[in-house]
Design a protein around this ligand. Structure first.
Ligand code: 0L1
Ligand code: MG
Length: 262
Protein backbone atom coordinates (compact mmCIF):
# COMPACT_ATOMS: atom_id res chain seq x y z
CA UNK A 1 0.00 0.00 0.00
CA UNK A 2 1.26 3.46 -0.78
CA UNK A 3 -1.86 5.52 -0.01
CA UNK A 4 -3.08 6.31 3.49
CA UNK A 5 -6.66 5.64 4.62
CA UNK A 6 -7.79 9.22 4.25
CA UNK A 7 -6.60 9.33 0.61
CA UNK A 8 -8.32 5.99 -0.10
CA UNK A 9 -11.56 7.41 1.33
CA UNK A 10 -11.19 10.65 -0.63
CA UNK A 11 -10.62 8.84 -3.95
CA UNK A 12 -13.55 6.47 -3.32
CA UNK A 13 -15.77 9.50 -2.71
CA UNK A 14 -14.50 11.17 -5.90
CA UNK A 15 -15.28 8.11 -8.01
CA UNK A 16 -18.62 7.38 -6.39
CA UNK A 17 -19.71 11.00 -6.83
CA UNK A 18 -18.75 10.77 -10.50
CA UNK A 19 -21.05 7.75 -10.76
CA UNK A 20 -23.94 9.27 -8.77
CA UNK A 21 -23.78 12.65 -10.54
CA UNK A 22 -22.92 11.22 -14.00
CA UNK A 23 -19.94 13.58 -14.07
CA UNK A 24 -16.83 11.84 -15.45
CA UNK A 25 -13.43 12.58 -13.92
CA UNK A 26 -9.80 12.18 -15.01
CA UNK A 27 -8.06 8.93 -14.11
CA UNK A 28 -6.85 8.88 -10.53
CA UNK A 29 -3.32 7.71 -11.35
CA UNK A 30 -2.76 11.18 -12.88
CA UNK A 31 -2.80 12.48 -9.29
CA UNK A 32 -1.36 9.37 -7.59
CA UNK A 33 1.06 7.76 -10.08
CA UNK A 34 2.71 5.78 -7.28
CA UNK A 35 -0.46 3.94 -6.22
CA UNK A 36 -0.27 0.13 -6.30
CA UNK A 37 -2.72 -2.77 -6.92
CA UNK A 38 -3.62 -2.99 -3.23
CA UNK A 39 -4.47 0.70 -3.18
CA UNK A 40 -6.64 0.24 -6.29
CA UNK A 41 -8.67 -2.62 -4.77
CA UNK A 42 -8.86 -0.78 -1.42
CA UNK A 43 -10.54 2.17 -3.18
CA UNK A 44 -12.98 -0.24 -4.87
CA UNK A 45 -13.76 -1.90 -1.50
CA UNK A 46 -14.29 1.52 0.06
CA UNK A 47 -16.85 2.37 -2.66
CA UNK A 48 -18.58 -0.91 -1.86
CA UNK A 49 -18.53 -0.11 1.87
CA UNK A 50 -20.04 3.33 1.24
CA UNK A 51 -22.90 1.82 -0.77
CA UNK A 52 -23.61 -0.86 1.84
CA UNK A 53 -23.50 1.71 4.63
CA UNK A 54 -26.33 3.56 2.85
CA UNK A 55 -28.37 0.33 2.63
CA UNK A 56 -27.29 -0.73 -0.87
CA UNK A 57 -27.24 -4.48 -1.50
CA UNK A 58 -24.50 -6.39 -3.31
CA UNK A 59 -25.90 -8.67 -6.04
CA UNK A 60 -22.72 -10.55 -6.89
CA UNK A 61 -19.25 -10.35 -8.34
CA UNK A 62 -17.86 -9.79 -11.81
CA UNK A 63 -14.72 -10.57 -13.70
CA UNK A 64 -13.40 -8.14 -16.28
CA UNK A 65 -10.68 -8.03 -18.95
CA UNK A 66 -11.00 -11.80 -19.33
CA UNK A 67 -10.41 -12.03 -23.06
CA UNK A 68 -6.93 -12.13 -24.60
CA UNK A 69 -7.95 -9.31 -26.92
CA UNK A 70 -8.89 -6.98 -24.04
CA UNK A 71 -5.83 -7.96 -21.97
CA UNK A 72 -3.52 -7.29 -24.91
CA UNK A 73 -5.22 -3.96 -25.51
CA UNK A 74 -4.52 -2.95 -21.88
CA UNK A 75 -1.04 -4.50 -21.84
CA UNK A 76 -1.86 -6.75 -18.87
CA UNK A 77 -1.80 -10.48 -18.25
CA UNK A 78 -4.31 -10.71 -15.41
CA UNK A 79 -8.01 -10.05 -15.37
CA UNK A 80 -9.67 -7.85 -12.76
CA UNK A 81 -12.71 -8.23 -10.53
CA UNK A 82 -15.42 -6.00 -9.14
CA UNK A 83 -18.84 -6.15 -7.51
CA UNK A 84 -22.43 -5.91 -8.81
CA UNK A 85 -25.13 -3.92 -7.05
CA UNK A 86 -28.78 -4.91 -6.68
CA UNK A 87 -29.75 -1.41 -7.82
CA UNK A 88 -28.02 -2.12 -11.15
CA UNK A 89 -29.95 -5.36 -11.75
CA UNK A 90 -32.46 -5.33 -14.63
CA UNK A 91 -34.91 -7.96 -15.88
CA UNK A 92 -34.73 -9.38 -19.38
CA UNK A 93 -36.64 -7.08 -21.74
CA UNK A 94 -36.32 -4.07 -19.44
CA UNK A 95 -36.53 -0.45 -20.54
CA UNK A 96 -33.43 1.07 -18.94
CA UNK A 97 -33.18 4.80 -18.28
CA UNK A 98 -30.17 6.22 -20.15
CA UNK A 99 -30.03 9.06 -17.61
CA UNK A 100 -28.54 6.55 -15.13
CA UNK A 101 -25.28 6.40 -17.11
CA UNK A 102 -22.51 8.57 -18.57
CA UNK A 103 -21.50 6.63 -21.72
CA UNK A 104 -22.79 3.05 -21.36
CA UNK A 105 -21.54 0.04 -23.27
CA UNK A 106 -22.85 -3.53 -23.25
CA UNK A 107 -21.02 -6.87 -23.16
CA UNK A 108 -22.49 -10.37 -23.64
CA UNK A 109 -21.47 -12.71 -20.80
CA UNK A 110 -22.13 -16.07 -19.20
CA UNK A 111 -23.16 -15.79 -15.55
CA UNK A 112 -23.06 -18.55 -12.96
CA UNK A 113 -24.53 -19.11 -9.51
CA UNK A 114 -22.36 -21.05 -7.09
CA UNK A 115 -23.79 -23.84 -4.93
CA UNK A 116 -20.85 -24.27 -2.56
CA UNK A 117 -18.02 -22.07 -1.33
CA UNK A 118 -14.95 -21.76 -3.53
CA UNK A 119 -11.59 -20.86 -2.04
CA UNK A 120 -8.14 -20.27 -3.45
CA UNK A 121 -5.25 -20.45 -3.80
CA UNK A 122 -5.08 -23.40 -6.16
CA UNK A 123 -8.71 -23.27 -7.22
CA UNK A 124 -9.17 -24.72 -10.70
CA UNK A 125 -11.88 -25.52 -13.19
CA UNK A 126 -12.24 -29.05 -11.77
CA UNK A 127 -13.31 -27.55 -8.43
CA UNK A 128 -15.52 -24.91 -10.02
CA UNK A 129 -17.66 -27.11 -12.30
CA UNK A 130 -19.25 -29.19 -9.49
CA UNK A 131 -19.71 -26.02 -7.42
CA UNK A 132 -21.86 -24.35 -10.09
CA UNK A 133 -25.57 -24.41 -9.30
CA UNK A 134 -26.70 -23.04 -12.66
CA UNK A 135 -25.53 -21.09 -15.68
CA UNK A 136 -27.48 -18.28 -17.29
CA UNK A 137 -26.99 -15.70 -20.03
CA UNK A 138 -26.40 -12.10 -19.00
CA UNK A 139 -25.52 -8.70 -20.38
CA UNK A 140 -23.20 -6.40 -18.49
CA UNK A 141 -23.60 -2.65 -18.80
CA UNK A 142 -20.25 -0.99 -18.20
CA UNK A 143 -19.91 2.77 -17.76
CA UNK A 144 -16.48 4.10 -16.91
CA UNK A 145 -16.50 7.03 -14.53
CA UNK A 146 -13.47 8.34 -16.42
CA UNK A 147 -13.70 10.83 -19.26
CA UNK A 148 -13.89 9.13 -22.67
CA UNK A 149 -13.31 5.69 -21.09
CA UNK A 150 -9.65 6.72 -20.74
CA UNK A 151 -7.93 4.94 -17.86
CA UNK A 152 -5.16 2.54 -16.90
CA UNK A 153 -5.56 -0.72 -15.05
CA UNK A 154 -5.18 0.61 -11.50
CA UNK A 155 -7.63 3.42 -12.17
CA UNK A 156 -10.21 1.01 -13.60
CA UNK A 157 -9.89 -1.43 -10.66
CA UNK A 158 -10.53 1.48 -8.28
CA UNK A 159 -13.57 2.40 -10.42
CA UNK A 160 -15.11 -1.03 -9.75
CA UNK A 161 -14.01 -2.20 -13.23
CA UNK A 162 -16.57 0.11 -14.87
CA UNK A 163 -19.47 -1.99 -13.47
CA UNK A 164 -22.78 -0.16 -13.85
CA UNK A 165 -25.52 -2.74 -14.30
CA UNK A 166 -26.53 -6.11 -15.66
CA UNK A 167 -29.49 -7.79 -17.31
CA UNK A 168 -29.90 -11.48 -16.54
CA UNK A 169 -31.56 -14.00 -18.78
CA UNK A 170 -34.48 -16.20 -17.82
CA UNK A 171 -33.15 -19.61 -18.96
CA UNK A 172 -31.12 -21.46 -16.33
CA UNK A 173 -29.21 -24.61 -17.20
CA UNK A 174 -26.92 -26.95 -15.34
CA UNK A 175 -23.29 -26.64 -16.44
CA UNK A 176 -23.28 -30.36 -17.41
CA UNK A 177 -25.91 -29.66 -20.04
CA UNK A 178 -23.73 -27.12 -21.84
CA UNK A 179 -20.43 -26.99 -23.68
CA UNK A 180 -19.47 -23.56 -22.40
CA UNK A 181 -16.34 -22.95 -24.54
CA UNK A 182 -18.25 -23.50 -27.80
CA UNK A 183 -21.41 -21.73 -26.63
CA UNK A 184 -22.10 -19.20 -29.36
CA UNK A 185 -23.36 -15.64 -28.93
CA UNK A 186 -24.83 -13.20 -31.47
CA UNK A 187 -25.36 -9.59 -30.41
CA UNK A 188 -27.73 -7.34 -32.36
CA UNK A 189 -28.11 -3.61 -31.95
CA UNK A 190 -31.29 -2.18 -33.50
CA UNK A 191 -31.73 -5.39 -35.49
CA UNK A 192 -28.19 -5.51 -36.94
CA UNK A 193 -25.54 -8.02 -35.93
CA UNK A 194 -22.72 -6.07 -34.25
CA UNK A 195 -20.76 -8.78 -32.39
CA UNK A 196 -20.43 -12.54 -32.37
CA UNK A 197 -18.35 -14.79 -30.12
CA UNK A 198 -18.03 -18.03 -28.17
CA UNK A 199 -17.56 -18.84 -24.48
CA UNK A 200 -13.90 -19.76 -24.96
CA UNK A 201 -13.16 -16.02 -25.29
CA UNK A 202 -13.47 -15.94 -21.48
CA UNK A 203 -10.09 -17.29 -20.31
CA UNK A 204 -10.65 -20.42 -22.40
CA UNK A 205 -13.74 -21.43 -20.39
CA UNK A 206 -16.11 -19.28 -18.29
CA UNK A 207 -15.64 -21.67 -15.32
CA UNK A 208 -11.91 -20.94 -15.44
CA UNK A 209 -12.77 -17.29 -14.88
CA UNK A 210 -14.50 -18.28 -11.61
CA UNK A 211 -11.39 -20.24 -10.54
CA UNK A 212 -9.20 -17.19 -11.24
CA UNK A 213 -11.61 -15.06 -9.20
CA UNK A 214 -11.33 -17.46 -6.22
CA UNK A 215 -7.53 -17.29 -6.46
CA UNK A 216 -7.50 -13.49 -6.71
CA UNK A 217 -9.83 -13.18 -3.70
CA UNK A 218 -7.55 -15.52 -1.71
CA UNK A 219 -4.83 -12.88 -2.00
CA UNK A 220 -7.10 -10.65 0.13
CA UNK A 221 -8.04 -13.49 2.49
CA UNK A 222 -11.51 -13.90 0.96
CA UNK A 223 -13.53 -16.74 -0.58
CA UNK A 224 -16.45 -16.92 -3.01
CA UNK A 225 -19.36 -17.77 -0.69
CA UNK A 226 -21.98 -20.36 -1.69
CA UNK A 227 -24.86 -18.69 -3.55
CA UNK A 228 -22.78 -16.03 -5.29
CA UNK A 229 -23.92 -14.73 -8.69
CA UNK A 230 -20.86 -14.17 -10.89
CA UNK A 231 -20.58 -12.48 -14.28
CA UNK A 232 -17.63 -14.33 -15.79
CA UNK A 233 -16.45 -11.70 -18.32
CA UNK A 234 -17.17 -10.41 -21.80
CA UNK A 235 -17.53 -12.89 -24.67
CA UNK A 236 -17.97 -10.00 -27.09
CA UNK A 237 -16.32 -6.60 -27.24
CA UNK A 238 -18.20 -3.84 -25.44
CA UNK A 239 -20.69 -2.04 -27.70
CA UNK A 240 -21.79 1.57 -27.11
CA UNK A 241 -25.50 1.95 -26.30
CA UNK A 242 -27.33 5.24 -26.81
CA UNK A 243 -30.80 6.41 -25.84
CA UNK A 244 -33.30 4.68 -28.14
CA UNK A 245 -31.09 1.66 -28.89
CA UNK A 246 -32.41 -1.87 -28.53
CA UNK A 247 -29.93 -4.65 -27.71
CA UNK A 248 -30.88 -8.25 -28.36
CA UNK A 249 -28.39 -11.05 -27.73
CA UNK A 250 -28.97 -14.69 -28.67
CA UNK A 251 -27.05 -17.28 -26.63
CA UNK A 252 -26.82 -20.84 -27.89
CA UNK A 253 -28.79 -23.12 -25.48
CA UNK A 254 -29.46 -20.19 -23.09
CA UNK A 255 -32.11 -18.20 -24.94
CA UNK A 256 -31.97 -14.50 -25.62
CA UNK A 257 -31.53 -11.45 -23.44
CA UNK A 258 -32.59 -7.98 -24.47
CA UNK A 259 -33.17 -4.46 -23.25
CA UNK A 260 -34.02 -1.03 -24.62
CA UNK A 261 -32.19 2.10 -23.54
CA UNK A 262 -34.91 4.71 -23.05
O1 0L1 B 1 -16.17 -5.99 -17.63
C1 0L1 B 1 -15.15 -5.65 -18.24
O2 0L1 B 1 -14.46 -6.45 -18.91
C2 0L1 B 1 -14.71 -4.21 -18.16
C3 0L1 B 1 -13.46 -4.10 -17.39
C4 0L1 B 1 -12.99 -2.66 -17.34
C5 0L1 B 1 -12.46 -2.13 -18.63
C6 0L1 B 1 -13.52 -1.43 -19.43
O3 0L1 B 1 -14.22 -0.55 -18.91
O4 0L1 B 1 -13.63 -1.75 -20.62
MG1 MG C 1 -17.82 -7.35 -18.29
Amino acid sequence: MTLDQSTIRQLAERLENAELNRQPVTKITDDYPEMDWDDAYSIQYEIRRRKEERGGKIAGLKMGLTSQAKMRQMGVSEPVYGFLTASGSYADGAEIDSAAFIHPRVEAEVAVMTRTELAGPGCNIGRVLPAMDFVTAALEIIDSRYENFRFDLKSVIADNTSAAGFVSGSVMREADALDLPTLGVVMEKNGEVVETGAGAAVLGHPANSVAVLANMLAARGEVIPAGTFIMTGGITAAVAVDKGDTINVRFQDLGKVSFRMG
